[in-house]
Design a protein. Structure first.
Length: 102
């Protein structure tokens, strides 16, 4: 089975046993997490589209870890006026293991 879940303002196509990285969620490591508002659910021969969500199916995931991504460098430069800015950013994330789609 496959399903499309929404979290952090983004949509993810997931299937059982898959590990995904999403925007940081305020949940402890090892705790289960349930996504109820699914956009689409598909089995091998049947596809269910939500209008706007599918309410009969839930996706259960387990929080594996929290972390921060690689550093992204932001450089601003304007010629002839001695303007230079150099900023770094690391985006926080949460890794989820999709355990069940039912």
């Amino acid at each position: 089975m496959k399903a499309v879940i929404t979290t952090g303002g983004k949509q993810y196509l997931v299937k059982e046993g898959q590990t995904i990285t999403v925007e940081k969620l305020e949940t402890e490591v090892g705790k289960p997490l349930v996504f109820e508002a699914l956009m689409t659910v598909s089995d091998t021969d049947e596809v269910t589209l939500g209008t706007p969500v599918v309410k009969s199916v839930k996706v259960t995931a387990e929080v594996k870890e929290h972390g921060r991504g690689d550093k992204i460098l932001i450089v601003k430069y304007k010629p002839k006026v001695r303007y230079r800015r150099h900023i770094g950013h690391r985006q926080p994330f949460t890794k989820l293991l999709i355990t069940k789609i039912a």
